[in-house]
Design a protein around this ligand. Structure first.
Ligand code: AP5
Ligand code: MG
Ligand code: ZN
Length: 216
């Protein structure tokens, strides 16, 4: 199964993609996580990406596409994968299509998580993320059992630099101008599945499991 998670910043892509990855054993490929990891390791890629991420802008298409291409061609993706945060522009979607064509693969569904703007801002600004495994939490909506500590792996939680309110607003604007056109792009291909992301996390998960045919 090959899936794309699409939706505005804070919609719950990471939360839901991680839950599904755990259920299915499929690898989750999250471009934002890849850049944050590179930055922690102070690689040239991480330092270059940081300049864009801190402003809430997109990292250039050629950089992102090359990374995803390399990742999808690794053996653990042979039976499927979950893309979280990619593609994010029409050019990225077209590059992905070209790569999938070459490899005789196709996307089974694009899970589009839809949430209203006011809610997105509250979600992003209250988010805390595990430094080790990247699992997202929320100080109000989805707190860890022990404050500041990841339930899954015991890692420390931190606030992302781009989760300040001004940056979140810019990420939302960038989403609307550059990424939202993908909703139409995939709807026209007949593979878009819209999910009401304003529901509680477990309800959203259930809707996604139904859409991908894992739950009734
Ligand atoms: P990225 O890391 O992908 O960030 P994003 O798209 O802005 O999305 P988020 O991670 O903020 O939100 P999410 O949908 O994953 O929500 P989450 O599950 O965490 O990208 C960061 C940056 O990297 C970009 O700005 C760009 O610079 C660069 N980048 C990445 N990919 C790129 C690409 N392809 N091209 C170019 N540049 C790229 O949930 C959010 C919060 O809400 C959490 O606190 C969570 O606990 C809570 N929550 C989740 N679901 C619910 C619910 N149902 N009810 C209540 N709370 C909930
Ligand atoms: Mg995310
Ligand atoms: Zn963790």
């Amino acid at each position: 199964m090959r899936l794309i998670f699409l939706g505005p910043p804070g919609a719950g892509k990471g939360t839901q993609a991680e839950i599904l990855a755990e259920k299915t054993g499929l690898p989750r490929i999250a471009t934002g996580d890849i850049f944050r990891k590179a930055l922690r390791e102070q690689t040239p890629l991480g330092l270059e990406a940081k300049a864009y991420m801190d402003k809430g802008e997109l990292v250039p298409d050629d950089i992102v596409t090359a990374i995803v291409r390399e990742r999808i061609l690794l053996p653990d993706c042979r039976h499927g994968f979950i893309l979280d945060g990619f593609p994010r522009t029409l050019a990225q979607a077209q590059s992905l299509d070209a790569l999938l064509d070459e490899e005789a693969m196709q996307i089974d569904a694009v899970i589009y998580i839809d949430v209203a703007d006011e809610e997105l801002i509250a979600r992003a600004t209250g988010r805390r993320v595990c430094r080790s495994c990247q699992m997202p939490y929320h100080i109000t909506f989805s707190p860890p059992v022990k404050e500041g500590v990841c339930d899954a792996c015991g890692g420390t939680l931190y606030q992302r630099d781009d989760d300040r309110e001004e940056t979140v607003q810019n990420r939302l604007n960038v989403y609307k101008s550059q990424t939202a056109p993908l909703v139409d792009y995939y709807a026209k291909k007949g593979i878009l599945r819209q999910i009401d992301g304003s529901q509680p996390i477990d309800r959203v998960s259930l809707d996604i499991l139904k859409v991908v045919g894992i739950a009734e």
